[in-house]
Ligand binder design. Structure first.
Ligand code: PMP
Length: 390
């Protein structure tokens, strides 16, 4: 099985697994139990991990809040700001192509009186800055825009959007779950107020994430979703998941050392993949933005080919279609619908995600499997079109 689904999740790096293992049994302490050595040992491990995460994004350790993943971080950021009820600011601005954990949370905020406005994107998935300029006003409480898209890999101009939000006195949240470790993510350069990360998208474990909070709780008093023992500066009560936090820290340490070289290698593989497919099938459409795209990301539309059929004909490939099964019906992805009015295109689109453990042999074999499947499907379609001789 060849894994070309790195957007969905990444395998844990073996070094991450090694770093985590002692924290399940030998070093099992609760970091809040600092009266004894077990607790202090766990607290020290959490401190180290916090430093490692902060280092990767150019933040201070006290600005890192550990959560269960980017879904929770997005919920905490948006709901945490909405609950502040800043006078005169009852609007939240986001985009049409956000992850559901942002869109659904904004939708939820409508229940307590917020108006939600969705920014348009162009055909490449980039936010239309003119539209943003009109929509973000002095009544906006929060602007939430992802750094990079999980389906088409388009990278947004976060510094420009942050500046727009701040000029109008609004806060800015960025979902950087797909961007971290693939492009430079620097919270000071971006000037974001809040930012979400996820462990399992960067070769760390699942079930762990981060909300970056500019200036920490003291600088930025958002309200918590989880109430209890007051961990994470009162913003995320609950005993810390020490092994996962240690794993996330190690994953960030590794990325800090290697992300630039890794991104180059992965981009080479992605370009090779697309070139071979395009040479054989010149009418395929590569979605997303040529200049602003994640290095391992490829969203390809195969005109006239049903993506579900292509998927079924490539059983040795782990990749994904541009549609999802919602309540028994195949729904085209909201991202593909936002960049194209053509619904059919969404049903003909496949997503490829290349990552740390992908080799050139994997790419060449994957291309052979895809071309073989396309030839079989086209043959079958032309046989079906032939008039029957009976
Ligand atoms: N945001 C984006 C852009 C994502 O791609 C994902 C994961 N698909 C999430 C948020 C949710 O992350 P998690 O799985 O850590 O909750």
């Amino acid at each position: 099985m060849i894994n070309l689904d790195y957007h969905s999740t990444t395998p844990c790096d073996p070094r991450v697994v090694q770093a985590m293992l002692p924290y399940f049994h030998e070093k099992f302490g609760n970091p809040s139990s600092t009266q004894h050595a077990f607790g202090r040992e766990a607290a020290a491990a959490v401190r180290r991990a916090r430093d490692q995460v902060a280092n990767l994004i150019n933040a201070y350790p006290q600005e890192i809040i550990f959560t269960s993943g980017a879904t929770e971080s997005n919920n905490l950021a948006i709901t945490g700001v909405a609950l502040l009820e800043i006078p005169g600011r009852r609007r939240i601005v986001t985009t049409k192509i956000e992850h559901k954990s942002v869109l659904e949370t904004c939708h939820w905020a409508q229940r307590f009186g917020y108006e939600v406005e969705l920014l348009d994107v162009d055909q490449t998935g980039r936010v239309n800055l003119d539209h943003a300029e009109q929509v973000i006003t002095s009544e906006t409480a929060l602007v939430s825009v992802q750094a990079a898209n999980n389906e088409i890999g388009t990278i947004q101009d976060i510094p420009a959007l942050t500046q727009l939000a701040h000029e109008r006195g609004a806060l800015f949240h960025c979902d950087a779950a797909q961007a971290i470790g693939k492009i430079k993510v620097d919270v000071l350069e971006w000037n974001v107020d809040l930012m979400s990360l996820s462990g399992h998208k960067l070769y760390g474990p699942k079930g762990i994430g981060v909300l970056y909070l500019c200036g920490g709780k003291r600088g930025f008093p958002i309200l918590p979703l989880m109430h209890g023992g007051g961990q994470e500066d009162g913003l995320r009560s609950g005993t810390l998941n020490v092994p996962a936090i240690v794993g996330l820290g190690e994953a960030c340490r590794i990325l800090d050392e290697c992300w630039q070289d890794e991104a180059q290698r992965i981009m080479y593989l992605r370009d090779r993949f697309e070139e071979i497919i395009k040479k054989r099938y010149p009418d395929v459409v590569i979605n997303g933005n040529k200049a602003y795209r994640l290095p391992g990301s490829s969203s390809i539309t195969f005109p006239g080919i049903d993506a579900e059929v292509l998927m079924a004909n490539t059983p040795d490939l782990a990749w994904s279609t541009g549609s999802a099964c919602n309540s028994g019906a195949l729904e085209p992805s909201h991202v593909l619908l936002a960049i194209s009015k053509n619904r059919t295109r969404a049903y003909e689109t496949m997503r490829v995600g290349i990552g740390r453990f992908t080799t050139q042999e994997d790419i060449d074999l994957a291309v052979d499997l895809i071309i073989g499947a396309l030839e079989r499907i086209q043959q079958l379609m032309s046989d079906l079109r032939k008039p029957s001789s009976a």
